[in-house]
Design a protein around this ligand. Structure first.
Ligand code: FES
Length: 357
């Protein structure tokens, strides 16, 4: 067994016996001088039909690029199936058809690339056999040159640059294959509506009462005692068909502090009612519900990644990965003393990405 001085990889010819050579100055290294079991080597090399018969080699080449073209067809099929068999509301049959035809296309695309690549390796690429010895991973300049040499030989032997039809069809198949994923992920976004606009507005509007989550009972300002916190939803949310989507944007936390503890900027003087403040419950990091209120410090904590918001300073971020304060819901009371919204949020709720759009 030969060893590369540079610690690189070297292919050992079949039939040679394993001998570890002890290096001077390597104290403590266990050394086996002779392998007690003789290496039987490889069986005699048998040429393949494609090595002997150029006609067979050409046929294999045709099969391989046909498979790669089939893969392209499979990817295109998946995209076409996505459009031809859309999922309709309340129609389980449409889900079945959609999944089946998209799945068939993707399966064909993957299988054809896989079978084509295996067939290429078995039928046309060079099939020289060798043993890859283990060495330390560090490499020197000579090792790097040797690696480059191996790449060059592999390129020659595989015919990657020579067999342009196969190479190009494989590149085509690999480029087209991810396209169904692009189409499928686009399908997750709302149809015919701009997601940025959708996420910029919530159910809140002027005069809408703040109600308890989940009962939906209105909250009087007098019910909100100093230090208490309420989980709040807009009035009428539970009656809506899209209650879950709306709640994901409009959920609010309501707290009462001493008015003198609040640091209010000039534009927000009338956004709180006698120390009662309302903030979006959707974390501005990646949208978890900010549900933990520390009454003594007036901090809100998001349990997902520990962002903390200071309610006395308009929910500014004091710790964690969130990058902007929780949006504040301007509130007041109606003639009966119930808490109502003055308007919708004045900025997008949730992760900061939407604010930048
Ligand atoms: S989602 Fe709140 S800190 Fe990450």
């Amino acid at each position: 067994m030969a060893q590369d001085d540079n610690g690189g990889t070297e292919l050992t010819p079949a039939g040679s016996s394993a001998v570890e050579v002890h290096r001077e100055g390597d104290p403590g290294t266990a050394v086996i001088l002779h392998d007690p079991v003789e290496n039987p080597g490889f069986p005699p090399h048998r040429l393949r039909v494609t090595d002997i018969d150029p006609k067979k080699a050409r046929r294999a080449e045709r099969v391989i690029y046909t498979l790669f073209y089939l893969s392209i067809a499979g990817s295109v099929w998946a995209i076409a199936a996505y459009m031809a068999f859309p999922i309709e509301d309340n129609d389980p049959g449409s889900v079945h058809l959609n999944n089946m035809f998209i799945g068939l296309g993707i399966a064909l695309a993957l299988l054809a690339i896989g079978i084509g690549a295996v067939h290429w390796g078995k039928a046309l690429m060079h099939e020289r056999e060798g043993i890859d010895l283990r060495h330390p991973t560090r490499g020197k300049a000579q090792t790097t040159e040797r690696a480059a040499e191996i790449f060059r030989i592999a390129d020659e032997e595989s015919g990657f640059n020579r067999r342009t039809l196969i190479r190009n069809s494989l590149i085509g198949a690999l480029v087209v294959f991810p396209l169904p994923a692009v189409v499928l992920f686009r399908g997750l976004a709302p149809q015919n509506e701009n997601p940025v606009t959708l996420l910029s507005h919530t159910m809140w509007k002027k005069g809408l009462r703040l109600t308890r989550d989940p009962s939906g009972t209105p909250i009087k300002a007098a019910d909100v005692t100093l230090g208490s916190a309420f989980h709040v939803i807009p009035e009428g949310l539970n009656e809506r068909e899209d209650a879950l989507e709306q709640k994901a944007k409009a959920a609010v936390l309501l707290m009462r502090l001493k008015p003198e503890d609040l640091h209010v900027s000039p534009g927000r003087r009338d956004w709180n009612y006698d120390g009662i403040v309302a903030y979006s419950k959707i974390c501005t990091h990646v949208g978890c519900p900010v549900a933990l209120y520390e009454q003594q410090t007036h901090h809100l904590l998001c349990p997902c990644h520990q962002s903390q918001f200071d309610i006395t300073h308009e929910a500014e971020v004091i710790f964690g990965p969130a990058k902007r304060p929780l949006p504040q819901l301007p509130i007041t009371v109606d003639s009966e003393g119930y808490l109502i919204a003055r308007s919708d949020f004045t900025e997008p709720v949730g992760p900061s990405f939407w604010e930048r759009s």
